[in-house]
Each structure stands twice: as structure tokens, then as C-alpha cells.
Design a protein around this ligand. Structure first.
Ligand code: ASP
Ligand code: MG
Length: 433
């Protein structure tokens, strides 16, 4: 018997993005689409219960509900107070838990719905982006011990003052892992409309394949690099509480991808996945005097402006000046350029150049720690396709290159190809660098 947290997102419960808005009225339509979705989810839960597992369920708002609520708010008030938005958005998940409890009852399972606050999901005071501080794990354990299936509203909690808060978009993933940590669950299952985590996006690279097992650290790199399947904070939580995650499909019963603590077998695989994004832009500061303190001045002032800098390179010119180039999130780009213009003057730099048409492609794998030649292999694949590398950055388990945006798809394909030719998406003991 295992204790499992099962999380169902908006697409498992509704028809998100299928060109029509699912509404409660659909319960009465024929065929009853929304009702069938809830019954389908209830059947998945019931299967685990029938197998003898203890189950805690958490859900998102169904279908497009959260967006619909936000549109309603915008129609009423241009500058909606964050407190009222949270009060409104929290109702989406509250509908889902009650409806799922009803579907479970119809199938003979004792489901009990709860809001976040009812199971003690205590958060800080930041409306719209709050962080979970604690959860009443005892209450959840007592419920499952009594043969009940608690169904907890994802994405929400309350402050010490009983104010309703939400965790930020996509936050019910975080609720799921936090519930698993607090209740001491054996695993946390995410039911999605994909079969699992893939080596890269199959829409770009048809030979991408499902990963069976991957470490928390690799998943964090892939999640934050834009693979976008799990909220990255939920993976951080999973690592902290050592809760294995199982990302799987709600459409069939095949196993998906297990995200878990790193082990020896994972090191055999050099590259686990290729991530990519177009969310960054490049700023180059040219003619920077070559003396101590200028980089410190530049980046500490950007930090003061709350601009997050990602890849940085510095190249030395002959005339005692340097070029310093770095990337920032596109959403911060305008502010970053304005800040840099001022800073450049103050540090005596000559000029600034910018480029918004860049992309970042990264190869990720814990096997890089123990295998050599990985960077060389990636760069060679790019070179053979005539793709120019503008910037490079590496960590223990990641190699990222910044390239022209128009080269992104090709770069993903050839990098994937470079590593997929080897058995198990791995190269073995290649010593070229
Ligand atoms: N319903 C919320 C959202 O759409 C939370 C979630 O789905 O995870 O962002
Ligand atoms: Mg979601």
C-alpha cells in the first residue's frame, strides 16, 4: 500500500484550448462533456483506491476557467486589486474539488473536498504570487487512514490573517508536491495531456523520445529552460522533500517519466534532454575600460534594477578595452537597455549594441560530470550546420549556446541528433576534448 498524491490539471478536467470554452452548463449538454471529464478523472482515482493505495487528490480549475475569471475581472475594473483577484481566482479550483468529490461519490468512492485553507495551506502575504509556508499533514494522514480521499484545491492557501492567496499561474503543481511532502507521500503523480517528459519537443524534432527516469536537477534545468511541463518550483520542492514525481498521461495507463533523486544509472546517459527558449535578448556593452570594478559596477546596478542577467561573456580587445555581452529576459529588455545606457556613460564605455533575435539552446545531463567531449560534440554538430555560436555558458550538467533566433529549430535538431545516435541517448567515454 502506498500513499500517493495525484494531481489533475485544467486540461484533464476541461477542454482547454480546444477552441471552445467549457462551462458548467456543459454538464447538461449532450454529450455531457465536462461531466465525462470529471468521471474519467474519478475512474483514475478509483483504480488506485481499488488497488489498495491511499490517495490524496489535488486539482486545478477546469479548462479555461482561470483565464475566464481574469477576463471577467478585467471587464469590471482596469486596475483590479490583487486581493480581490485572488479571491476570484481561488473559486475556480473550489468548483473543481466539489465536482470531483461528487463524481467520486457517484462511483462509490468517499471523496471529501477541501479548499487550501481547510487543510492548513498557510502562505505568505504576497497576493498572486504567494509561497506555501506550511500544510496540516496530520489532518490529511488522518483522512486517508479513515478510508477517505481528500481532494484539495490547488493553487491557493491563506495567510495567518485568513486572507485568501494564490500561488501564481500554474501553481497547482506546487500544491501537489507540497501536499506530498507534508503528508509523507511515496510519490506524486501528475496527469497531463502528454505521455511524459521528452528528450526535446517532438514538434521540432520528431525523433524525440520519452524519458523513463530523470533526476531532479536535470528536470529543473529542463523546466526552467522552457520545457514547460512542470512548474519549476514544484521540482525544487520535490528535491527538497525527496518526493519522486511521476509525469504521465490521463489518456492511457502507460508509465510516464519518473523524476527522482540522481543515481548511478543516470550518469551513464550523458545528455538527457535538449531545451530551448526565445525568451531572452542580448545586450553588448562595447569599449569598456579594462580595469577592476567595471563589471562589478555594471552588474550590481542591473541587480539594483531587479534585472536578472543570464549568460555573460567578456572578450578582450587590444586597446585596453573589453566588450561585455549578456542576456536578459525579453520582458526586462527595454528597462535593461535604458539602465545600460546610463551605466555605460558612467563607466566610460563607448557604446551599446542590442539584439532581440536570439535563442538559447541547451543540452542537459548529469552524465556530463563524468564524460568528456560533450561540448565539443555539440559545437561540432552546430558548426557542420553552419550555425554560428554567439555565446556559450556551462554548468556541471548543462551546456548552453546563444545563437540567432532563426537557427533555433535546426540547432535543436542537430544537437539532438548528435546525442541520439548513441545507444540510450548517451555517448560513452569519448575523449575528444
Ligand atoms: N488554475 C491556475 C492557473 O491556471 C493554477 C493551475 O492551473 O495550476 O494558473
Ligand atoms: Mg495548470
Amino acid at each position: 500500500m502506498a500513499l500517493i498524491v495525484q494531481k489533475f490539471g485544467g486540461d484533464a478536467l476541461g477542454d482547454k484550448g480546444k477552441g471552445r470554452e467549457v462551462d458548467l452548463q456543459d454538464l447538461h449538454s449532450s454529450p455531457p462533456l465536462l461531466a465525462e471529464k470529471f468521471h474519467h478523472v474519478a475512474r483514475i482515482v478509483k483504480q488506485s483506491v481499488d488497488r489498495g493505495d491511499q490517495v490524496i487528490v489535488t486539482v486545478s480549475a477546469f479548462g479555461d476557467t482561470t483565464n475566464r475569471l481574469l477576463r471577467m475581472a478585467a471587464a469590471l475594473c482596469e486596475k483590479a486589486p490583487a486581493r480581490e483577484l485572488d479571491m476570484l481566482m481561488a473559486t475556480g479550483e473550489q468548483q473543481s474539488v466539489a465536482l470531483l468529490a461528487l463524481a467520486l461519490h457517484a462511483q462509490g468512492v468517499d471523496g471529501v473536498s477541501f479548499t487550501g485553507p481547510q487543510v492548513g495551506i498557510r502562505t505568505d502575504e504576497i497576493y498572486g504570487a504567494s509561497r506555501i509556508q506550511s500544510i496540516d499533514g496530520e489532518k490529511l494522514r488522518a483522512l486517508v487512514a479513515a478510508g477517505k480521499v481528500p481532494i484539495v484545491a490547488g493553487f491557493q492557501g491563506s495567510t495567518a490573517n485568513n486572507e485568501i492567496t494564490t500561488l501564481g499561474r500554474g501553481g497547482s503543481d506546487i500544491t501537489a508536491v507540497a501536499l506530498a511532502g507534508a503528508a509523507g507521500a511515496d510519490s506524486c503523480e501528475f496527469y497531463k495531456d502528454v505521455d511524459g517528459i521528452f528528450t526535446t519537443d517532438p514538434r521540432i524534432c520528431p525523433s524525440a523520445r520519452k524519458i523513463d527516469r530523470i533526476s531532479y536537477d536535470e528536470m529543473l534545468e529542463l523546466a526552467s529552460l522552457g520545457a514547460g511541463i512542470l512548474h519549476s518550483r514544484s521540482v525544487e520542492f520535490a528535491k527538497k522533500y525527496d518526493v519522486p514525481l511521476h509525469v504521465r498521461s490521463f489518456l492511457h495507463n502507460e508509465p510516464g517519466t519518473i523524476v527522482t533523486a540522481e543515481d548511478k544509472a543516470m550518469e551513464q546517459v550523458v545528455v538527457s534532454g535538449i531545451a530551448f527558449n526565445k525568451d531572452e535578448a542580448k545586450i553588448s556593452v562595447l569599449g569598456v575600460p579594462d580595469k577592476p570594478g567595471v563589471a562589478a559596477e555594471l552588474f550590481s546596478r542591473l541587480g539594483t534594477e531587479r534585472i536578472v542577467v543570464d549568460v555573460i561573456i567578456q572578450s578582450t580587445a587590444r586597446d585596453n578595452t573589453n566588450a561585455i555581452a549578456f542576456t536578459v529576459a525579453k520582458k526586462d529588455f527595454t528597462r535593461a537597455v535604458a539602465a545600460c545606457e546610463k551605466i555605460a556613460k558612467d563607466i566610460g564605455a563607448k557604446s551599446i549594441e542590442t539584439d532581440e533575435k536570439i535563442a538559447k539552446v541547451s543540452a542537459v545531463g548529469v552524465g556530463m560530470r563524468s564524460h568528456t567531449g560533450v561540448a565539443g560534440k555539440m559545437f561540432k554538430a552546430l558548426a557542420e550546420s553552419g550555425i554560428n555560436i554567439q555565446m556559450i555558458s556551462t554548468s556541471e550538467i548543462k551546456i548552453s549556446v546563444v545563437i540567432a533566433e532563426e537557427d533555433m529549430e535546426k540547432a535543436v535538431q542537430v544537437t539532438h541528433k548528435a546525442f541520439e545516435d548513441q545507444s540510450e541517448f548517451a555517448i560513452t567515454e569519448e575523449k575528444t576534448v
